[in-house]
Design a protein around this ligand. Structure first.
Ligand code: ASP
Length: 331
């Protein structure tokens, strides 16, 4: 029996016990064979994203299906939502903070574990592209606030007003009571997190958001935090999150899910475990939503959430499909 087949068989039902040898096997194997049986069905290229952002997965698919790489597919895919003024949770048109300023968060991660992020950045419509520039053009991973904005101008990005009339009107209405509360599954929870595997089998991911509507000035959630809102390990897979970022940060959600896949869990099982960890720390609390999405090296996918309503969009050679995710709390 080949060594990796043995490891795979040994791991069934004993993932935790065998986590060390599995990690060792990952380091030894080539990118195409880590944790995979020889007879495993591999789906690629493939792109998935949180919620039903089918225009974004369609754009990413255009790139992947013509031989493009996963990183380009991610950037251009999520840019569709960043540019959509009707989407009030990402990019231009995003809901402002409680002072009326739209501040954007985004991060991106590639097959070599390079990553870049911008936090709380104003006046720039494509934070994902600035995050990519941080990754490629600086020695840093994260730039925040004025520094991120300044860097964007230096890189040739234009100053843009991100506050649309619609978002301004709603913010002015909100100001009448200024009540901050989490509203489950209405449109202020629709961060786009995207994961893709290209024809070469390389994985990349990105996550971009305007964050929680009417948040405190300066608030940053999980979305631009590598390990929380997004994590990619080219040997294993990737994960991304949407929902109340504070809770995702507390469990380093996306990193946790990738590590659970490393130990042998399927993407579905790993997402379920991720949500359960959060619920264990929030016993009895039901007033918030989180959705996790994951993909493994084979192109298997999974999603899980706290409340019904979360779904993810997927594009492969079979076409486009929206998967409603199972939830911890049933309807
Ligand atoms: N995760 C995002 C944040 O906490 C919000 C969301 O997904 O809606 O900023």
């Amino acid at each position: 029996m080949k060594r990796r087949k043995f490891l795979k068989k040994s791991s069934i039902g004993t993932a935790g016990v065998f986590s060390t040898p599995l990690i060792a096997s990952c380091q030894e194997t080539s990118k195409d064979s880590s944790l995979l049986n020889d007879d495993t069905k591999i789906t690629r290229p493939i792109v998935v994203c949180t919620w039903n952002f089918h225009n974004a997965t369609a754009k990413a698919w255009e790139i992947l299906s013509s031989g493009g790489n996963a990183l380009d597919a991610i950037e251009q895919g999520v840019m569709i939502e960043e540019a959509d003024t009707k989407n009030q949770t990402v990019g231009v048109g995003g809901r402002p903070d409680r002072d009326g300023n739209v501040t954007l968060d985004a991060c991106i991660m590639d097959k070599d574990s390079n990553c870049g992020a911008v936090l709380c950045m104003q006046n720039i419509s494509h934070p994902i592209s600035v995050a990519r520039k941080v990754m490629e053009e600086t020695p840093h991973v994260m730039l925040a606030g004025k520094g991120a904005e300044q860097f964007a101008y230096e890189q040739g990005f234009e100053k843009t007003n991100l506050l649309t009339e619609q978002s301004k009107k709603e913010w002015l209405d909100w100001k009448k009571t200024s009540k901050y509360e989490t509203i489950i599954n209405i449109e202020n929870h629709d961060t786009i997190g995207m994961l893709a595997i290209d024809e070469n089998g390389d994985i990349a991911g990105g996550c971009t958001t305007s964050g929680m509507g009417y948040k405190y000035a300066g608030r940053v959630g999980d979305s631009p935090i590598i390990g929380a809102g997004l994590f990619v390990d080219n040997e294993i897979g990737g994960a991304t999150a949407t929902g109340v970022g504070e809770e995702v940060v507390r469990t380093v959600g996306s990193f946790l899910i990738v590590e659970l896949m490393r130990q042998g869990k399927t993407p579905q099982e790993a997402c379920e475990e991720g949500v359960k960890r959060i619920m264990q720390k929030n016993k009895g609390r039901k007033d918030f939503q989180i959705g996790f999405l994951a993909i493994n090296k084979k192109g298997e996918t999974g999603g899980y959430c706290i409340h019904p309503g979360f779904s993810y969009s997927q594009y492969t050679k079979e076409g486009q499909i929206n998967h409603p995710a199972e939830s911890f709390i049933k309807a």
